[in-house]
Structures are given as C-alpha cells and as structure tokens.
Design a protein around this ligand. Structure first.
Ligand code: HPA
Ligand code: ZN
Length: 337
C-alpha cells in the first residue's frame, strides 16, 4: 500500500507470536535431518519443503493447522535449535520495524517429547539477548498452556521447579492459553491462573478466535486476564464490547492467521472499524508467520491497511495502545513512545 514506508517506520510492538510458529518448512526439513527425526511417511505434504508450504496454504481450520504445528515442532531438540528458531523470527521482526516483541512458547509440547524446559528456555534466552544487542529489540517470554490437554497437566507444568525459577527470575513475564479452543472453555484452567496471579505474573488467554464471545467473558471473569489473544468474536456481544473498552483490555488481533484458518473469509470482515469506533484497544500480530505464508508483522499491518484504509493518526494510535498495553518496564514504554 502507499503507507508501506510509514507502517514500516512506526515503532511496532508484537504481542501474539508463537515462537514455534516461526519454524519454516526449510528449517523443519534441515532440523529433521540433523536430529534424525522421522517425518510422517503417510502424508505426501512431507515430501519436501515446497510440498509442505503448499499444504500450509490450504488449512481448513485451527485444528487442521495445529496438526501440522505439532508435527513441525517435533524436530526441535537442543538449545541451538530453539535459539535458531527465535533468531529467525527476530531477524524478520527487525526488518519489519518491530521494537518490542512479547512471544509465546508451548513448554508442554516439548516436555512431552522429553525436551527439558531449561533447554527450551536457554535457546530462547540466547536469541533474545542477541536481538537486544544487535537489533535493539526488547522482548518478553509468555509461557502458554495447552487447552487440549487436561488442566492438571498444565498445573503440574506450572509447578515444575524450572518453570517456577523462570517466573521468579523474570525470564518469563506471564502465562497464556493456546491450542484447540473449542470445546475447552477458559474456566477449566482457573487453578493455573489463580496460581499465576498469586505469583504476580501477567495473564492472557486465546479466546474468541474460533470459540464464542462467552469464552472472552470467561477469560475475563474466571482467569482475570488483562489481555485477550484474537478476541475477534467480541463483536457478537455488545455489552462485552463496552466492558473490554472500559477495562482497557488489549486484544491481540492476527488478521492473516484469521483468514488462513478460515475464522473470517477476508481481512475486511474483521471488526477493526468497530473496535476503533468503540474504543476497544488492539494490536496487530502475526501469530505463526512461518505457517501463514511467511507473513510477518508488517504484512499483517499492510493487509489491514489494504482492507480498511486507516489514517496515519489511527495507525499511530494503534501503535501507542500497543506500547501502553505491553508488559515491559515503564522506562521501556517511555523510550518507545
Ligand atoms: N490459536 C490457538 N493455538 C495456537 C495458535 C492459535 O492461533 N497458534 C499456535 N497455537
Ligand atoms: Zn495464537
């Protein structure tokens, strides 16, 4: 779009990006070979990186995507794999003009393969440190729990010594909830969120992506989150729209993800204009860029601009809300504003 250079130069924060979602088909095949991981032989999508990328263009739902997402991450074994994954993301983020990134990871999906939490964390911490020194990108880590697994499994993970240490040291700033949304309402995970609140952790949850607006309400009421990831189905409940605006809850919207996972048929269908008119705060995000056409953050900004033709002032306001809704220090916010 004609605002491309303007959008690139805006100081952008990203709040909804799964590091495991930065695994490109070519890196996936390289790591599978290095780590001697057998990829599924009964799915022709795994013939080559290009056949896999082609399959990624045809996701039919969140669960169809998640099937590939969990196979993909099975090639991640040692700390250098996790570091390379996160570094790949940060190089794209830097090119796109990202100044601050709060990124998710899914420890249960690694622990279940006997990859320790400390291995995952060491790789991500190394990449974050390098992104800060080489690109000036600040970042935070958000530990996500998988809602398709029993809540007891998530709570046991939360209580692991290594996990606790990452919280108390500040290496991990908060928790999230992701994976299959329906039929797993937020209240199932109340114990984890109560424990996180007691530990002073920030809290967010995926809600209202495929699931109903009632899941957004449940995340606010039962999990006491200060953010909602996706939240696009908020539009279905006008009273809840008012509440989210009043409580200054930040929605982390992922436009290209929503189209490719068929939550909406086009970016123009997203309630962006309604959010702006009703004072609902939101940021724009890439979700799982390597699975969604290699569309990193700037591509998502441009897709919103192409669909809605926002003004420069509106874009500046969106980025400002993103800075203010970030989980970094007040000093870092001042630097970015
Ligand atoms: N939704 C739910 N789970 C996920 C997503 C998502 O968009 N990306 C990675 N895990
Ligand atoms: Zn997500």
């Amino acid at each position: 779009s004609d605002l491309h250079a303007f959008l690139q130069a805006l100081p952008k924060c990203e709040h909804h990006m799964h590091l495991e979602g930065a695994l490109t088909p070519s890196v996936l095949f390289q790591l599978a070979a290095k780590n001697k991981i057998q990829l599924p032989s009964d799915d022709p999508a795994f013939t080559s990186p290009s056949t896999l990328a082609e399959r990624y263009n045809q996701f039919t739902s969140l669960d169809d995507f998640l099937h590939y997402y969990y196979i993909g991450m099975s090639v991640l074994m040692d700390a250098s794999d996790f570091e390379a994954l996160a570094w790949d993301y940060f190089t794209h983020a830097s090119a796109d003009g990202v100044v601050h990134a709060e990124v998710f990871f899914d420890p249960q999906a690694h622990l279940s393969r006997d990859v320790s939490y400390d291995v995952v964390l060491a790789g991500f911490m190394a990449a974050r440190s390098r992104a800060n020194s080489e690109f000036g990108i600040s970042s935070e880590l958000i530990c996500c729990f998988l809602r398709h697994l029993p809540a007891a499994d998530g709570l046991a993970t939360f209580k692991l010594d290594a996990v606790h240490a990452s919280f108390s040291s500040g290496q991990v700033v908060g928790i999230g909830l992701d994976s299959s949304e329906s039929p797993f309402p937020p209240e199932l995970f109340k114990d984890i969120y109560d424990a996180a609140k007691a530990s002073g952790l920030k809290r967010t949850a995926h809600a209202g992506e495929e699931g109903p607006a009632a899941y957004i309400k449940g995340a606010l009421d039962d999990l006491d989150v200060s953010r909602i990831d996706h939240g696009i189905r908020l539009a279905e409940d006008p009273a809840l729209v008012k509440r989210v605006a009043e409580q200054q809850i930040l929605l982390s919207v992922c436009p290209i993800s929503n189209v490719l996972l068929r939550c909406v048929s086009s970016v123009a269908e997203l309630p962006i204009r309604m959010f702006l008119d009703q004072g609902v705060r939101f940021s724009i995000n890439s979700d799982d860029p390597a699975y969604f056409g290699n569309n990193y953050l700037l591509a998502n900004y441009c897709a919103v601009q192409d669909a809605f033709g926002l003004s420069k002032d509106e874009w500046s306001g969106i980025c400002e809300a993103g800075i203010n809704g970030s989980w970094c220090s007040e000093q870092r916010k001042e630097e970015m504003l």
